[in-house]
Structure formats: C-alpha cells, structure tokens
Design a protein around this ligand. Sequence first.
Ligand code: SAM
Length: 281
Amino acid sequence: MSTPDGLPPLREVIAAHGLSAKKALGQNFILDLNLTARIARAAGDLAGSDVIEIGPGPGGLTRGLLMEGARRVLAIEKDARCLPALAQIAAHYPGRLQVVEGDALDIDPLAHGLQPPIRICANLPYNVGTELLVRWLTPPVWPPFWASLTLMFQREVAQRIVAQPGSRDYGRLSILAQWRADVRVVLELPPQAFTPPPKVSSSVVHLSALPAPRFPADARVLSRVVAAAFGQRRKMLRASLRALHPQIADLLATAGIAPTQRAEEIGIEQFCALARALAEA
Ligand code: SAM
C-alpha cells in the first residue's frame, strides 16, 4: 500500500518495531495519515513555524506535521521502543526532525534552539495532558514562548476548555485558557479513530495565544482564586473563598461579585477583578 510520504504504512511500522500499545503510557495511536495531516493543518501555518510534538509514538502525527511543511519538529517521547521508527522518519526529512527521549514533564523544549513562531501540536497522553496544558497557560509573563497549541483531549476535557459561564463544564480550565488565548474545538474523533480504541471520544482543541491577557491579573493569584472557587463549586463564594482572606466579602464586593454567587456564574473579567483586589489587600 502506498502512503503520501513514501514511508511505510503505520501498521507495518508498528509490526516491524513491536510497538504493542501500552495502556500506562496512554498509547492510542492514529494510523490514518489523512487524519494526522488534518490535525497538522489545524495547527496553522506550519511552513513558517517550528513545532513541538509531545508523544510522537510510531510517528503518525509527526509525519503529518512534516508533510504539511513544518520548518522543524522537536518530538519528545518517553517510550524508547518508538525511537527506531522515529529515526526512520528523521532520515526521510533530513535536518527537520529531532527526537528527544524522555518525560515531557521534565524536559525543557526550549533547550533545543527552536525559533519562533513555535507551535505545539500533540495527540497527548491523557495522563499528562491537563498538567502540560496548565503549565503552558500559566507562565508568570505573557505572551508565552508558543504561538498556538493544537491538542487532542478526551472530549470532556475539551468541553471544559471551551465552556462558558453558567454551563456545567465551566471551571478552572475554561478560565485559565480563555483568559490568555482564543480557544475552539477544531475536530471531533470517535474512539474508532485510534488503535486500540479508547473508551471515550476525543476532540482536538486549538488555542491561539493572545498578545496580552484579556484582563489584568497576576497568574498565580488568579490560579489560586479559581482553584478555590471551583474546588467547592456548589458553595457560595463567600464560603468557598473564605480561606483566601479574612475580609473576602469586602473583596468580592470590590470586584462587583455578590458573596452569595457561585463560581460557575462568574465571568473571567470578574475573577480577574477579584484576583487584583486580593493582590492589593
Ligand atoms: N502521536 C501518536 C499518535 O498520534 O498516534 C501517539 C499518541 S499516544 C495517545 C501518546 C504518546 O505519548 C505515546 O507514544 C506515549 O508513549 C507518549 N507518552 C506518554 N507519556 C509521556 C510523557 N510523560 N512524555 C512524553 N511522551 C509520553
């Protein structure tokens, strides 16, 4: 069977390198190169960008990124079994793919000479996806090193990222993401799109970094406020935020929030006003 890039089909790659999927590493592979090219296209203008990919596995999305013209791809993979398959891709695209073996939670991707604009594109291992997203969204200074994130999540997590106030999914992730980025779901994928199929459906979310946050606030204070507010989301804010400050009712009033309101009723602008009032208090 021929492939669009002339490399072997992914099923053959997996068989040749004995890449049986490991559940502990969140290994649900995409073997359809048309689909991985679509995900790569959703990441934006790759021809003028360096791309970081977390968890390339056998390289389906990596090949999509390279076929779509990424200037350079830095791929971080924890499973050493995948490295020979990835080396074959690197040889096919001289100078454009660098593979780093290790845990994405420990590796600094900026130590490898990437040039801006930098885009992050990944079919993330579900066990580390949310943690990486929160790290990328909460550096102390903005704009961040990345121009966009195009990331696969289980559908429930994607819905939380794009949720609006008043909805059941609205929470910490919605606020941290939408405070500093434009966010949208760009692709929905059923379990059958993966090998082996996971139990849940998945969505690709595209986040494009804003030049400045929508409203001023200190990232650490805002993170603390929303973590406390949504940690007990059914409670009134004067109760859920009590531990943050002895005069929390006054600070809520300064931010234009009634102390009897609940976290899911409060928009990003008001949470930022509350974070500023707390920082000043
Ligand atoms: N990108 C491939 C694809 O789309 O078919 C594989 C995606 S699979 C959902 C997740 C990949 O992340 C696996 O290859 C797994 O070995 C790797 N992985 C899991 N935990 C990781 C970590 N902490 N750091 C780097 N890679 C990790």
